[in-house]
Write a protein that binds this ligand. Structure first.
Ligand code: ADP
Ligand code: MG
Length: 728
C-alpha cells in the first residue's frame, strides 16, 4: 500500500496540462450556441409563435397548447441540427444537484418506420416516477406522482445529445418539491412589492428584477490521489489528515499565477460555459492551496441560479478530462479556508436603474436609500431565517469556525453609508440627498460621494456586506443551491417593502408629500436597525458574540436547531403572506433538511469508522511491528544496554499503542451512539443525535492525525495534505 501511495503521488506530479480544443471563433461569436435563446427563437419560430412565447417569458402570459406545439417543433428542428437524440426535463429536487430523465425523440411513424417526435405536451409537462426524491412526507410513495412543468423564463439548452428543458417539480397536490418553484414565487413577490415603490419615483417602470451574481469557490484534486482517499470519494471532504507544514500562511496562492493544468481546465470550462450562454467573467486562485474561483456577470436570479447549477455539473465533467476532481464541499480540508459561494444580490428595474446603487440626483438617492434601509430591516427581522437558509451539514464546518461566515447574520455598511444613515436621522425630512461633486452646494445636504463603488471598504468577516451597488450574501455554501438563500432573502425583502409601502401610503393620505412621507417612514426604521443589524467590526471576535446576543440577534450554532427558524410563527406568516411557501411545505422541507443532515453525518461516521479500523490501525500496527522487530534485535545483541539504545523505539511503540487504543475506543463509542440515533424516528431528534456524533468525529480524528506524524511515511496508506493540496 505504501508503494502504491508513492506511485500515485509520483504519477500525479508528472501529469502535464491537457491540450484544450479551442473553437475557431471568438467567445462572443459562439456564446449561447447551445441555448435556445431569443435569436434562435426568432430563427426557428414563426412570428406569431415567437411573439406569444416572448409575451409568456416577459409578462407571464400563459401559452396555449397549439402555440406550445409550434415552439416544440421549432426547438426540435434546432436540436436535430445539433445531433440531439434525446430530451429531458431538467429540475432541481431537494437533493444536491439537478435531476434528469432522458427520453429519446424516437417513435413509430405508423408506416412501418421510425420518426423523431417532440410536441408541446412533452415540452410543457412530464410525470417522472420520482418517488425516491425527498418530499418530507408530502408524497407518500404509494401516490408517488410528481410533475415537472416547463419554466419558459429559463432557456432550453443542449448538453451532449440531449435537449434539456428547465422545469419546476411539484407534487400531485400542488406542493413544491424543488428549489425552483419557491424561488420563482419569491421573485414574483419581490417584483410585486418593489414595483409600486419604484412607480412613485418613475411611473414608466414596469418590472423589478432580482439579480444574482454568484462567486463559485472550489478545490481541484488530482483524480488519482482522490481515488486513494475513501473519505473524499464518499463524503467530499477529508475526515482525517495532518496539516501540511506549508499551507496558506504565505498567501502566495491567492491571485497567484494559475498552474498550467488548472489553466487548461479553466479554459475548457469557460468554452463549455460560453456555449451554454453562461457569461463567465472572473477566474482566479483563491486563498487556500489548490482552491480557485469562478464567477459570471450577474443576471436575473432564476436564470443565474440555473446557470450556477449547470456550471457545477459541467465543472465535474470537464475536470475529469484534465485528470482532476472538483471538490464543491464547503470544507474539504481542515485548517485551511473552506469554500463559499458569495451571492451578490441586488434589485433593478426594466428601465435600467439599479435600486441598491446611489442615484443620479436627490430623487434617485432617496429611492436608493429607501431600498437600502428596507433591505437592512428585512435582514434584521429575519436574521435567524437567513442563517437557516444557508445552514447545512457541510456548511456547518465554516459557520462560526473563525472563517466566513460567522454564525451570526449582521450587515456591513461601510463608513460612507453608516454616515449617511446617521445624518439622515439628524436632518429634516425634506433634506435632499445629494451625490457630492455633482452639485456644488453641500450645505444642509446629505451626501453620498460620487466615486462610491470604489470607495466602499471591504469587510471579509461580514456575512451580508454592502459593496457599493449590491449586497454580498457571503454565507452561502459552495455546494449549495443558491435558491434556498435567494428565496428567503427576496421573500423577506418583499414582505418588508410591502409593509413599508403601506406605511408611506398612510402618511401620504394624511397629506404629506411623497419625499416627506418616505423619510418620515424611513427614520424610525433607521433608528431600529442602526445599532442592531448594522455592524462593521470583526465578525469573528468573541466580543461580537456577546454583543450580538445583547442586540437580540440569533447566535445559534447548532445546524439542526437553526432549521427551526423556518417553522417559527413570524416566518411562516411571512412566507405565506408572500405566497412563497405554505406551512405544510415549510414543515415538509424541514423534515427533509433534518433527514439529509442525519444521513450526511451518518455516512461520514461510517467512513470514519472504517478508515480508522481498516486503514489507520493496520498501518500503525505494521510500523509498530517494525519497531518491535528492531527492539528485539537490539536486545539480542546488546542485552544490557538495549533499553537505552532502543529508547526512541520503545517510546514510539508505547505511544502508538496508546493512540490505537484511543482510536478503537472512540470508534466503538461512536458506533454505539449511531445505533441509538438510528432508533429515533423523529427527524429533528435524530438530527440532534447526529449533531453530537458529528462533534465526536473531531475527537477520533485527533489521534489519527497524530499517528500520521509518527508512522513511517512509506507506510502511511493515504495521500497526505501536502500531496492533495500541492500537486496540480
Ligand atoms: P469580489 O471582488 O467580491 O470577489 P467578483 O468580481 O469575484 O467580486 O464577483 C462579483 C460578482 O458580483 C460578479 O458576479 C458580478 O457580476 C456581481 N455583481 C456586480 N454588480 C452586481 C449587482 N448590482 N447585483 C448583483 N450582482 C452584481
Ligand atoms: Mg471574487
Amino acid at each position: 500500500m505504501s508503494k502504491l501511495r508513492f506511485d500515485v503521488v509520483q504519477d500525479a506530479f508528472k501529469k502535464k496540462a491537457v491540450a484544450v480544443e479551442t473553437p475557431d471563433a471568438r467567445p462572443s461569436e459562439y456564446f449561447g450556441e447551445l441555448v435556445f435563446n431569443r435569436e434562435k427563437m426568432h430563427k426557428y419560430l414563426d412570428i406569431k409563435t415567437y411573439n406569444a412565447l416572448i409575451d409568456c417569458i416577459d409578462n407571464g402570459k400563459p401559452l396555449d397548447r397549439e402555440t406550445a406545439d409550434h415552439v416544440a417543433a421549432g426547438m426540435k428542428t434546432w436540436a436535430l441540427a445539433h445531433g440531439v437524440t434525446h430530451i429531458t426535463h431538467w429540475f432541481q429536487p431537494l437533493t444536491e444537484g439537478t435531476a434528469e430523465k432522458h427520453d429519446s425523440f424516437m417513435d413509430y411513424d405508423n408506416k412501418g418506420g421510425m420518426i423523431e417526435t417532440f410536441d408541446g405536451k412533452s415540452l410543457a409537462q412530464q410525470e417522472p416516477d420520482a418517488s425516491s426524491f425527498p418530499s418530507g412526507g408530502i408524497r407518500a410513495t404509494f401516490e408517488a406522482r410528481g410533475y415537472t412543468a416547463w419554466d419558459p423564463t429559463s432557456p432550453v439548452f443542449i448538453q451532449d445529445d440531449t435537449l434539456c428543458i428547465p422545469t419546476v417539480f411539484i407534487a400531485y397536490t400542488g406542493e413544491a418539491l424543488d428549489y425552483k418553484t419557491p424561488l420563482k414565487k419569491a421573485l414574483k413577490a419581490v417584483n410585486d412589492a418593489a414595483l409600486p415603490i419604484c412607480k412613485m419615483f418613475d411611473p414608466k417602470v414596469k418590472k423589478v428584477f432580482s439579480y444574482l451574481g454568484w462567486e463559485q469557490e472550489y478545490f481541484l484534486v488530482d483524480e488519482d490521489l482522490y481515488a486513494a482517499r475513501p473519505d473524499l470519494m464518499l463524503t467530499g471532504r477529508t475526515l482525517m489528515g495532518h496539516a501540511s507544514s506549508k499551507n496558506q500562511q504565505l498567501d502566495d496562492h491567492y491571485f497567484g499565477a494559475i498552474p498550467s493544468r488548472v489553466m487548461a481546465f479553466m479554459r475548457d470550462i469557460e468554452i463549455a460555459g460560453y456555449k451554454l450562454g453562461i457569461p463567465l467573467k472572473t477566474r482566479h486562485n483563491e486563498v487556500a492551496p489548490n482552491q480557485f474561483e469562478l464567477a459570471p456577470i450577474f443576471g436575473e436570479t432564476n436564470l443565474s441560479n440555473d446557470q450556477n447549477q449547470l456550471i457545477m455539473n459541467t465543472m465535474n465533467a470537464v475536470a475529469r478530462k484534465h485528470g482532476f476532481v472538483v471538490l464543491m464541499h464547503e470544507k474539504p480540508f481542515d485548517g485551511i479556508n473552506g469554500s463559499g459561494k458569495h451571492n451578490n444580490w441586488s434589485l433593478g428595474t426594466d428601465t435600467g436603474t439599479l435600486l441598491l446603487a446611489p442615484g443620479k440626483d436627490s430623487k434617485g438617492n432617496l429611492q436608493f436609500v429607501t431600498f437600502f434601509v428596507n433591505v437592512l430591516a428585512a435582514v434584521q427581522k429575519y436574521n435567524a431565517l437567513l442563517k437557516a437558509s444557508i445552514a447545512s451539514a457541510t456548511n456547518a464546518h465554516r459557520l462560526g469556525a473563525n472563517e466566513a461566515p460567522p454564525a451570526i447574520v449582521s450587515a456591513f455598511l461601510g463608513k460612507t453609508m453608516t454616515d449617511v444613515l446617521h445624518k439622515l436621522l439628524e436632518v429634516p425630512s425634506d433634506t435632499p440627498i445629494e451625490i457630492a461633486g455633482k452639485k456644488g452646494k453641500s450645505v444642509g445636504l446629505v451626501e453620498i460621494p460620487e466615486i462610491f463603488i470604489d470607495n466602499t471598504d471591504r469587510n471579509r468577516t461580514s456575512p451580508f456586506a454592502f459593496t457599493g451597488n449590491r449586497f454580498e450574501f457571503r454565507a452561502v455554501g459552495s455546494s449549495a443551491n443558491c435558491a434556498n438563500a435567494m428565496t428567503t432573502l427576496n421573500a423577506a425583502v418583499a414582505d418588508q417593502l410591502t409593509e413599508f409601502k403601506a406605511a408611506v401610503d398612510k402618511e401620504m393620505a394624511a397629506g404629506k408629500s411623497m419625499n416627506i412621507a418616505i423619510m418620515d417612514t424611513l427614520k424610525p426604521i433607521i433608528k431600529k436597525i442602526i445599532n442592531v443589524i448594522c455592524f462593521d467590526g470583526n465578525g469573528y471576535s468573541d466580543e461580537w458574540q456577546k454583543e450580538a446576543k445583547k442586540r437580540g440577534l440569533d447566535i445559534e450554532t447548532c445546524v439542526p436547531q437553526m432549521f427551526k427558524a423556518f417553522t417559527e410563527k413570524q416566518n411562516i406568516e411571512m412566507f405565506t403572506r408572500m405566497g412563497v411557501y405554505s406551512e405544510k411545505e415549510l414543515e415538509a422541507r424541514n423534515e427533509v433538511r433534518w433527514e439529509i443532515y442525519s444521513k450526511k453525518v451518518q455516512i461520514e461516521a461510517r467512513v470514519m469508522g472504517r478508515m480508522a479500523i481498516n486503514h489507520i490501525i493496520p498501518a500503525a500496527l505494521a510500523y509498530q511491528t517494525k519497531l518491535l522487530d528492531n527492539i528485539a534485535k537490539v536486545k539480542d545483541l546488546f542485552p544490557d544496554k538495549y533499553q537505552k539504545m532502543a529508547s526512541v523505539e520503545i517510546e514510539l511503540v508505547e505511544d502508538i499503542a496508546t493512540k490505537i487504543t484511543e482510536i478503537r475506543d472512540k470508534v466503538e463509542a461512536m458506533i454505539e451512539e449511531r445505533k441509538k440515533a438510528n432508533q429515533i424516528t423523529d427527524e429533528y431528534k435524530k438530527a440532534m443525535a447526529y449533531y453530537k456524533i458529528a462533534e465526536s468525529l473531531f475527537a477520533i480524528r485527533k489521534p489519527i492525525d497524530k499517528l500520521e506524524e509518527v508512522v513511517d511515511n512509506d507506510m502511511w496508506p493515504l495521500p497526505k495534505y501536502r500531496e492533495l493540496l500541492f500537486i496540480n
